[in-house]
Design a protein around this ligand. Structure first.
Ligand code: ADP
Ligand code: TYD
Length: 207
């Protein structure tokens, strides 16, 4: 089974992924593969460095989108699919939805076009469940602190569009997305994630 965590930076994804992976291992005896985007493969980590750290390289939005997709195409084939084929649980920090929102809703490329490019990158491997974290960008910024990368350091207006984009996508996204209020307590959020996952495991068992 494949889970992804997405939402604005500083909304609590990593904190919840830590707890979630530990719970899958301890309570469900599952083998867990944790990965992140961009990155997760040798190629992907190099692309990540260009995307997030090399602030002096000029990057057009279309180029940026394609680099995220290149990292994703490699991650799907090198890590995610082989793990799923062995019955492991994959937990990924961000996936295609991040491109739809950051480069699409906030970056100005048509979300529909990004989904089309995404079909090539993912080869139709999609998360069974995406936890989508929402948080007022001003609150998220206080949590992130000063250590911002190229994308985190974009202006407030961009981050407002990111937040609005995630809210819109989750409204249209159907059953494979669960909206999470990042302002809730860490314990409460983890309980929501675990009960959604229990329901999903139950559904699979009954099939
Ligand atoms: P992300 O991975 O989404 O960038 P993190 O999990 O790294 O976010 O959390 C960013 C900061 O906010 C960390 O210092 C973390 O301890 C804190 N934090 C995480 N979840 C909560 C929460 N529910 N309430 C308050 N602070 C939180
Ligand atoms: P992330 O790994 O969450 O950052 P951090 O290590 O600081 O928690 O994500 C890196 C940044 O890349 C984040 O600001 C979101 C952005 N991003 C996109 O703009 N498009 C994408 O397709 C992905 C996967 C990430």
């Amino acid at each position: 089974m494949f889970f992804s965590f997405d939402g604005i930076d500083g909304s609590g994804k990593s904190t919840q992924m830590d707890l979630f992976c530990q719970w899958l291992i301890d309570d469900h005896r599952r083998e867990v593969i944790r990965c992140r985007e961009p990155g997760g493969t040798p190629l992907g980590e190099k692309v990540r460095d260009i995307l997030l750290n090399q602030k002096n390289i000029q990057l057009e939005m279309e180029t940026e989108m394609l680099l995220f997709m290149a990292s994703r195409a490699q991650l799907v084939r090198e890590v995610i699919r082989p793990a799923l084929n062995k019955g492991k649980v994959v937990v990924c920090d961000r996936f295609l939805l991040a491109s739809v929102v950051y480069q699409g809703h906030a970056g100005g490329i048509s979300p529909q076009v990004i989904r089309e490019v995404g079909k090539i990158a993912t080869g139709n491997t999609h998360p069974d469940m995406t936890f989508v974290f929402h948080l007022d960008p001003a609150v998220a910024a206080t949590r992130v602190g000063d250590a911002t990368d190229r994308i985190e350091s974009r202006d407030e207006e961009f981050l407002q569009k990111v937040d609005a984009g995630f809210r819109q996508e989750v409204q249209q996204g159907g059953a494979a997305m669960k909206s999470i209020d990042g302002a809730d307590s860490i314990d409460s959020i983890q309980r929501q994630i675990q009960s959604t996952t229990e329901a999903l495991f139950e559904k699979v068992r009954n099939h």
